[in-house]
Design a protein around this ligand. Structure first.
Ligand code: ADE
Length: 242
């Protein structure tokens, strides 16, 4: 079957090197195979002053600096000018909706994602407002990867991209390994994955549970379910593990 471009990704940042891991592993291979096309854009190339300033003091006072809507607008519009369809705009921020497997699944079906990576205290709020109002993107999503504050959006974008790209059909070699994951929609929904083992059968006095070498697939899947329930109860009692 002929391989075709499945997803295009644009990332705008003041630290383009943050995204070099995208050339490794699964994502790197998907790029080489031209299944995913990635472009990293340096925000500072859109500045007009000799110091390449991207930030300014916050209105209303307070600590830190806020990123200029003027520079961001220029950068985002230049990416849009190259787009062939309306992309999804992703804005990593600790004040966004919390990222999860369901959102990764939804993003994996999109053809074009644009990530804007803020630093300092964040990007002037009119940027999100403008692109929400303007209809230039099919959707604008403000996404948090968890309840902690990073120094910028780059690592969050990498997390979102890694979780998303492995769900794109044809990117991951083994489709089954996706459906068995903790949190994957499917048979183990809402349960954490239980313990896993490989050879040797005894390591440092620790045995592989006997049931796994029994060959009884009914018993094995019942055991896995029990272990998954135990682990979910211990670490994630908030998950519905009925
Ligand atoms: N930027 C800073 N902290 C973040 C978080 N937790 N999620 C997404 N983007 C962020």
């Amino acid at each position: 079957m002929k391989k075709m471009l499945l997803m295009r990704v644009d990332l705008i940042t003041i630290f383009p090197d943050y995204f070099s891991p995208l050339n490794l592993s699964l994502f790197g291979k998907a790029q080489e195979a031209k299944l995913i096309e990635v472009k990293v854009h340096d925000l500072r190339t859109f500045t007009a002053d000799k110091h390449k300033t991207v930030d300014d003091a916050p209105y209303g006072g307070g600590p830190g600096m806020v990123m200029s809507p003027v520079i961001w607008g220029e950068a985002i519009d230049s990416v849009l000018a190259q787009a062939t369809i309306k992309p999804v705009l992703i804005v990593p921020t600790p004040s966004g909706q919390v990222f999860n497997q369901e959102l990764a699944q939804k993003l994996s079906n999109q053809e074009h994602l644009v990530f804007i990576n803020g630093r300092y205290e964040g990007i002037d709020s009119r940027v999100v407002q403008h692109y929400q109002d303007s209809n230039k993107f099919s959707e604008v999503l403000e996404i948090s990867i968890g309840d902690y504050v990073l120094a910028g959006g780059e690592v969050a974008s990498l997390v979102i991209l890694e979780a998303t790209s492995r769900l794109i059909n044809g990117v991951l070699g083994n489709e089954d390994s996706v459906s068995d994951d903790s949190f994957a929609p499917g048979s183990m929904q809402n349960l954490l994955e239980g313990p896993i083992y490989t050879r040797p059968p005894v390591w440092r006095d620790l045995n592989v549970p006997e049931v796994l070498t029994s060959g009884d697939h009914g018993k094995i899947s019942q055991w896995r379910k029990e272990k998954a329930l135990e682990r979910t109860k211990k670490f994630r009692p908030d998950l519905d593990s009925k």
